[in-house]
Design a protein around this ligand. Sequence first.
Ligand SMILES: NC(=O)c1ccc[n+]([C@@H]2O[C@H](COP(=O)([O-])OP(=O)(O)OC[C@H]3O[C@@H](n4cnc5c(N)ncnc54)[C@H](OP(=O)(O)O)[C@@H]3O)[C@@H](O)[C@H]2O)c1
Length: 313
Amino acid sequence: MAHAIVYSEFGGPEVLTLTEIPDPVPGSGEVAVRVEAAGVNPIEWKVRSGLRPSGPLTAPRRVGADLGGVVTAVGPDVDGFRVGDRVVALGVHGAYATDVVVPVDKAHVLPAGVSAAEAAALGIPIGTAYQALRSLDVGAGDTLLVHGGSGAVGQALIQFAVLWGATVVATSSERRAGRVRALGAIPVAYGDGLTDRVREAAPQGVTAIIDAAGTDEALQASLELLVDKRRIATLVRGRDAAGLGIRAFSGGSPEPLTAQQLAWRAEAVPVALALLAAQAFSVELGPSFPLAEAGRAQDAVFQGADGKVVLVP
Ligand SMILES: NC(=O)c1ccc[n+]([C@@H]2O[C@H](COP(=O)([O-])OP(=O)(O)OC[C@H]3O[C@@H](n4cnc5c(N)ncnc54)[C@H](OP(=O)(O)O)[C@@H]3O)[C@@H](O)[C@H]2O)c1
């Protein structure tokens, strides 16, 4: 019997419960996947807690979007997937589960050497980072400031931007500066004096800023460091972006992503897979939890765990 995590009321981690679900049967254009690892993203605790408004809970709601696993059944009209294929899937409805059905346009066969946990770490963080960089047209000649460079999104932002020729300055706690430096960015500690430290790290000035931290300090420093507000984007404070005159890509923004932005988010995963296979990209894995402990896993993300938290059904 298959199982999934659901919740029926907004609240703390305890509202997440493990429930039996019917064995998923793939329809046309779909595959069934046995989940080996599901990525835990901040948006999932934000929606569960009610911090991020979402529709009313009229029925038990499934959780999770990103996973790595193995194809167990192939629906009609499917090419390119076979039972036993190891896959990554993104934008899944309810990835916190033992088994799911995935439309094949949201799945990719994993190259050798990429683990299920690494696959589960890709979808939302990688897609968001890649799209934000594309939207700001970051590349050679740019000096990019990343707020939250030690997080899952921040690490992807650093790596893509460095690969595309930008100089990157990235904020983190002092404890996490080594990771930021190892990815090719100049680490800068967040906290009092941030603006001065960024100016010292990048005397040439920053030409683009992406906020994956969402603090008042990050937004304030961004406005002080860069006059061109069209090249400042927040991924967290979407509701405040218009008032500040900066850009937002989701993160609570009332403006939906454009078709182009959604296409970039989807394109990111195969790009990252190729880079991972070539050992030119790195995913930092954090603690893993059994599926039944999804609440603890989300709490670990809330508390700021180092590396990507995954559920292992
Ligand atoms: N707009 C979108 O579509 C979208 C998509 C994905 C994520 N997000 C949002 O982006 C944010 C980052 O996501 P993530 O998955 O990368 O989370 P994460 O892995 O938990 O990373 C959180 C980051 O925030 C940093 N941070 C913590 N406290 C801070 C402070 N006081 N000042 C500055 N930075 C601080 C952390 O640095 P240390 O660990 O070094 O303290 C870390 O770099 C979340 O708010 C998430 O909801 C938005």
